[in-house]
Design a binder for this molecule. Structure first.
Ligand SMILES: CC(C)(COP(=O)(O)OP(=O)(O)OC[C@H]1O[C@@H](n2cnc3c(N)ncnc32)[C@H](O)[C@@H]1OP(=O)(O)O)[C@@H](O)C(=O)NCCC(=O)NCCS
Length: 142
């Protein structure tokens, strides 16, 4: 999971971190193996993985109490194979099952078109995101 998260941020999110070492360092700081272990211990955070051929190739997380999608990252080698679409559907379904009627997230610049294609709409709010700017988005689940 740590490997996928760090590779995804480093290789796919250049539009967001602009290859600035300080942004990359702060974004990946809590994605180390110890950081991922700490995520498992975080109350209210639900972690999911996507697999291809028995390998973890995508990592997602939700915070059901906030109706929030907190993580959604794919291994660069597994990009454009539908894994994230499947993982996002699973996270949306998980939130719906926990009575979340409208889900929310902060999208990177990198992922914005992906979320639009999955039915998410802009909240018109630009927010601070990993040293740059992100887009608040929402989707009605029920
Ligand atoms: C955004 C991201 C999760 C998409 O992952 P992916 O596994 O390549 O996406 P999928 O293969 O499931 O794509 C699903 C659909 O979205 C489309 N899509 C994916 N990325 C897209 C993009 N950047 N722009 C436009 N469309 C995109 C695909 O073409 C596909 O369309 P289809 O259903 O018509 O075939 C991936 O690029 C990523 O991990 N980016 C870096 C991390 C990041 O920004 N995460 C979001 C944090 S909020």
């Amino acid at each position: 999971m740590s490997r996928v998260l760090i590779a995804s941020i480093t290789e796919l999110c250049a539009a967001d971190h602009e290859n600035r070492p300080e942004r990359l360092a702060s974004w990946t700081a809590n994605k180390t193996p110890d950081g991922v272990k700490a995520m498992f211990a975080q109350p209210g955070l639900s972690l999911l993985v996507g697999e291809l051929d028995g390998q973890v190739v995508a990592v997602g997380a939700t915070i059901p109490a906030k109706g929030e999608i907190a993580l959604n990252y794919v291994d660069p080698a597994a990009r454009f194979r539908g894994v994230s679409k499947a993982l996002l559907s699973a996270m949306e379904y998980g939130l719906l099952r926990q009575s979340v009627a409208e889900a929310r997230l902060t999208s990177t610049i990198t992922a914005r078109a992906f979320y639009h294609a999955a039915g998410w709409i802009d909240d018109d709010a630009r927010v601070a995101c990993q040293g740059g700017e992100g887009y608040r988005m929402r989707k009605r689940l029920a």
